[in-house]
Design a protein around this ligand. Sequence first.
Ligand code: TPP
Ligand code: SF4
Ligand code: MG
Length: 306
Amino acid sequence: MAIKDLPREELMHPGAGSCPGCVDLLSLRMTLKALGPKTVLISPASCTASIATSYPKSPFQVPVLTMAFAAGGAAASGVVAALKRLGEDDVNVVVWAGDGGTYDIGLQSLSGAMERGTNFIFICYNNEAYSNTGIQRSGATPFGAWTTTTWKGKVEQRKDMPGIMLAHRLPYVATASPSYIEDLYRKVQKAATIEGPKYLEFHIPCAPAWRFPMEQTIEIGRLAVETGAWPLFEATNGKVEFNLRSKQILEGKVQRKPIEEYLQPQGRFGHLFKPVRDEAALTEIRRFLDAEWERYLKLVNCGVAV
Ligand SMILES: Cc1ncc(C[n+]2csc(CCOP(=O)(O)OP(=O)(O)O)c2C)c(N)n1
Ligand code: SF4
Ligand SMILES: [Mg+2]
């Protein structure tokens, strides 16, 4: 589907209290277009929850249940059970959680809902930090990144959250990026057609936290994919396929761009380049990504049993 063919109906209205140009909300707007009005959103504490709860000015045209930071998955199981009891079996139940509410404090609740087989879509919008509370590090923050709690650069690599979800043997796991919006839209639509627990993760460049000019947001997201820092893939019943540029990289048809092209425009990585280049840190970033891409190849070749 081309952008011009997207549904005209808006389920998220302008004037939301986000930073201008925030692609968390752009992705959510597109997700609601893909799912339609019969959707219930569950929003654990995050930027999105703050925006949703600015009563009486919530921009959403669908019911939103704002939830405790840790409890997205558990809330989904409860809402799905309640809807079943009411005989409402055509409602999309969607958790829209940040990386903190997914990788960190929300993980056990998410894992439980996946293990129970709850019929819902969990979407992690991953802006790689706790942006809403002042940019603290999360398990999704990449190695070397500045945050207010890693002010010399994070010393750990990010957690493999999609891998953790694949290990739950889900019928559908996918990554996406608002810089490739048609692909994101298609994956949401596809998730809605599949019975059972689905996990999607969107890569969300966040200008205040990553420290780049807001107008570069889409370009930064594209560079993440082109340099291989963010892979686009989907796993349907355990069969893993890479998409778009990531597929071309995996098949050796194009090279990954040098990682510096993605890192250098972002102030959170500024200390890796000035006053002198931190070659040790850059080597570690390259080593990690090389190993990740070797692993992706194995994932495609071996698949994941369901
Ligand atoms: C138990 C608990 N601890 C801390 C908080 C404060 N808090 C609210 S949102 C948030 C960070 C959310 O980070 P993330 O999930 O990545 O979403 P983002 O802010 O990046 O949108 C924190 C720490 C809370 N609401 N509940
Ligand atoms: S801090 Fe980042 S994710 Fe939060 S509203 Fe602003 S741009 Fe969006
Ligand atoms: Mg976050």
